[in-house]
Design a protein around this ligand. Structure first.
Ligand SMILES: O=C(CO)COP(=O)(O)O
Length: 249
């Protein structure tokens, strides 16, 4: 059985007051065998880890530098994230690929840095609207996986999040058939490259406009093991029902 995971990406939202949502979320979800991760903005990481320490919620960063240390003003290393108590880091999010021109090679180096700091990398891949319309989605996913995933993938050090760029923050969600097709493709690609055992064990998340009212449908796809949630992770009252839907799936 693959582990199921619900991850919330707060993006550039939230100051200290937002940490109250962690208490609320913890109260609402109670105990569950799922892994629940919240990725707040970097300045909140320490406090989020403190706030979540008696709960089942794990904390993650939203990006790290590929270098361990050095003259990189404004950046943070994977070891710094791990030092806060965080266990995960999102890498290769489409907003970073777009805003910071991150290439697959950059992301490959960041994944290695995350592993070196014993963080689990949540690697994001996904096609743009133009790529989707031109029918190249699977090629794009294959290229991103080949370029950004180093060889030492294990069942515990990596999670893949498929996030179609056109579905992020838009309210548009692919059909269940499209979600099943892309996740099956990612699963097959992982099995081909890393073998049955590892390829089958890496959790695959869907991300892009996941809400309480569509989560149950999305989680019907066989190779969807959870979700990476943006807007609906900011409020415990929105995220808790998504987590509950995953628990039932
Ligand atoms: O980008 C996302 C998560 O990383 C998805 O964001 P939304 O859930 O707000 O569409």
């Amino acid at each position: 059985m693959r582990r199921k995971l619900a991850a919330g990406n707060w993006k550039m939202n939230g100051t200290g007051a937002a940490l109250e949502e962690l208490d609320e979320l913890s109260r609402m979800i109670g105990t569950t065998a799922l892994q629940v991760v919240i990725c707040p903005p970097a300045p909140l990481l320490y406090r989020a880890c403190e706030a979540a320490q008696d709960s089942i919620i794990a904390i993650g960063g939203q990006d790290c530098h590929s270098a361990a240390a050095g003259a990189h003003t404004g950046d943070i290393s994977a070891a710094m994230i791990a030092d806060t108590g965080a266990q995960y880091v999102i890498l290769g999010h489409s907003e970073r690929r777009a805003d910071h021109h991150e290439s697959d090679a950059d992301i490959h180096a960041k994944v290695k840095a995350a592993w070196a700091a014993e963080l689990t990398a949540i690697l994001c891949i996904g096609e743009t609207a133009e790529q989707q319309q031109s029918g190249t989605t699977l090629e794009i996913l294959a290229t991103q996986l080949a370029g950004s995933l180093p060889d030492a993938v294990s069942a515990t050090n990596t999670v893949i999040a498929y996030e179609p760029v056109w579905a992020i923050g838009t309210g548009k969600v692919p059909s269940l058939e499209q979600i099943a097709e892309t996740h099956d493709f990612i699963r097959d690609t992982l099995i081909t490259r890393f073998g049955e055992t590892t390829g089958n064990a890496v959790p695959l998340l869907y991300g892009g406009s996941v809400k309480p009212d569509n989560a149950e449908t999305i989680f019907r796809a066989e190779n969807v093991d959870g979700a990476l949630v943006g807007g609906a992770s900011l409020k415990a009252s929105d995220f808790a029902p998504i987590i509950a839907a995953l628990d039932r799936a």
